[in-house]
Design a protein around this ligand. Structure first.
Ligand code: SF4
Length: 378
């Protein structure tokens, strides 16, 4: 027994403790300019039998961990053994199952970029098999593309929900058509709305992702207002924001190098986020669960928390320039999590030293340095 099964490269941060089951490989679109995850990799469907074999292997790992629990006097309880296994797992799959069991074993995430592209009857079969094999699983989620959701019949989505598909994560990125075209998203705002609405109507929970800063200096206003407009139409359960971060494997990197795309600064991106929130009139939970976001505390349930969220942004805007710089650097080197950290003297002094070092004593840091630090998180 190898105790190993196939894993894809990513899952949303909110699925960090989910059992990962790879139902397709890579991305069938793979052209978005800001995305490096699957570049150079070919999209492949996997057969239902292949996926079921992975699920059986995950079950064998679970059984093994239970057996170790009995043998070590823990009476079949898995948490303690899972914690031990996590120190030295025999495979990445073993690590994933141990982590999932440690967290309670209640959620699963189907990889990779667009599981909805599977034939509906096959995806239904996989989800049912997964839930039969692991009755503890209460939540099954996956990534999907909006145009695939738009092409599915509402009845198919309802069938998937009944089989156990609880949530879809869709990359909206922007609701502004010229920007969607520029980044080669392959989806228009209208298709985003059709796909998103269909998911909402099916009863499957929907999470839409937005990239702050994607409009750059040129399109930031339209990016903010048109994205809000699309989100208001869809009214998803969750809006999750992450800030544009660039590495050399992304096509957008070249666009920046040759001057076609001018990046916005942290402060400009906060203006964009403020405009976005101002224009939101939906009932979504706005979540900022990504380390690339300058102000992760800008979160809340819409519409009631809108003023509180705007106030957090305004609190940063009202800081003196040296405090703004201290906070930005503290965030970008991972030492701060929220604005209140500025009141933590030891932390603040440690960040001051970083600012001193990066600025060679001048207390001025160019944007390229900040971008480089932000890019190190992805
Ligand atoms: S659809 Fe998603 S995974 Fe595919 S290239 Fe675009 S952002 Fe990347």
């Amino acid at each position: 027994m190898t105790y190993s099964f196939e894993l894809g490269p990513i899952r949303p941060p909110s699925e960090a403790y989910s059992l990962l089951i790879r139902v397709t490989r890579n991305c069938p679109w793979n052209r978005c300019k800001f995305c490096h995850t699957y570049k150079g990799e070919k999209f492949q469907l996997r057969s239902v039998e292949e996926i079921k074999q992975d699920i059986r292997t995950a079950k064998a790992i679970q059984d093994k961990i239970k057996e170790l629990s009995w043998k070590s006097g823990h009476g079949g309880r898995v948490k303690e053994i899972a914690a031990t296994v996590l120190n030295n797992p025999p495979s990445a799959a073993f690590h994933n199952v141990a982590l999932w069991l440690y967290a309670g074993g209640e959620s699963a995430f189907l990889q990779d970029a667009n599981s909805l592209i599977m034939r509906t009857n096959e995806l239904v079969e996989v989800i049912k098999y997964l839930k039969e094999t692991f009755p503890s699983i209460k939540r099954v989620t996956s990534y999907a593309r909006a145009n695939t959701a738009a092409k599915k019949k509402l009845d198919e989505l309802i069938e998937l929900r009944k089989a156990g598909l609880s949530r879809l994560h869709i990359g909206l990125e922007s609701g502004y058509d010229p920007l969607l075209q520029y980044i080669d998203k392959g989806v228009t705002a209208a298709v985003h709305i059709t796909g998103g609405r269909k998911v909402v109507e099916s009863g499957i929970s929907l999470c839409e992702y937005v990239i702050l800063g994607l409009g750059g200096r040129e399109m930031w206003r339209e990016h903010a207002t048109q994205t809000a407009k699309v989100l208001n139409e869809i009214d998803p359960d969750f809006i999750r924001v992450r800030t544009l971060a660039i590495n050399s494997r992304m096509p957008l990197h070249e666009e920046i190098e040759n001057g076609n795309f001018i990046r916005a600064t942290d402060e400009e991106i906060l203006e964009e986020e403020r405009l976005l929130i101002e224009h939101l009139e939906c009932h979504s939970n706005y979540v900022s669960d990504h380390i690339t976001n300058l102000l992760q505390e800008v979160e809340g349930q819409l519409p009631q928390d809108k003023e509180k969220m705007l106030a957090s942004i305004d609190r940063f805007r009202s800081l003196p320039p040296e405090e703004k710089l201290n906070f930005r650097v503290g965030r970008r080197v991972g030492m701060y999590t929220e604005l209140d950290d500025l009141n933590d003297l030891p932390k603040r002094q440690a960040v001051e030293q970083v600012v001193h070092r990066l600025s060679r004593g001048s207390n001025e840091i160019d944007e390229k340095t900040i971008y480089r630090l932000t890019g190190s998180f992805i």
